[in-house]
Design a protein around this ligand. Structure first.
Ligand code: FE2
Length: 133
């Protein structure tokens, strides 16, 4: 289930769009990898979650605050949930390495959570920003 960035996902904010494109590209790369490649790349992917994705959440949150987005609390809560599952995955990975279980869980986190979030929750921010224009 690959996802493609198109104008319907645009937030109208160049930085956020750029970050969403990068996140989507990473997820698509993951989906096309062999099991062996996933095992080798898991460390990198987790670092991407812990670095780039978190920076992106911060950027998005500042933007929502700046524009007084009314559903900020719910949105922030979703980001926090992601960070929580990311932390457990990371802890497990540090302890056990790239086991099949962690690979599958990380992939589900990337595909189910991030994609759903970008498609729906971030989309709502985009619609809000567009209506204000
Ligand atoms: Fe978001």
């Amino acid at each position: 289930m690959e996802i493609y960035w198109d104008e319907s996902l645009s937030t109208g904010v160049e930085l956020l769009d750029k970050q969403h494109k990068e996140i989507i590209a990473r997820i698509n790369t993951l989906l096309t990898m062999t099991d062996e490649e996933k095992e080798q790349e898991l460390d990198k992917l987790l670092r991407f979650f812990g670095g780039y994705v978190i920076d992106h959440f911060n950027a998005e949150e500042s933007y929502m605050i700046k524009h007084k987005y009314p559903r900020y609390d719910e949105h922030k809560e979703e980001h926090m949930k992601f960070l929580k599952s990311y932390s457990s995955l990371k802890r497990l990975f540090d302890k056990e390495g790239a086991t099949e279980l962690i690979i599958t869980a990380t992939q589900n986190q990337a595909v189910d959570w991030l994609v759903k979030h970008i498609r729906h929750t971030d989309r709502d921010v985009a619609d809000f920003l567009r209506e204000r224009e």
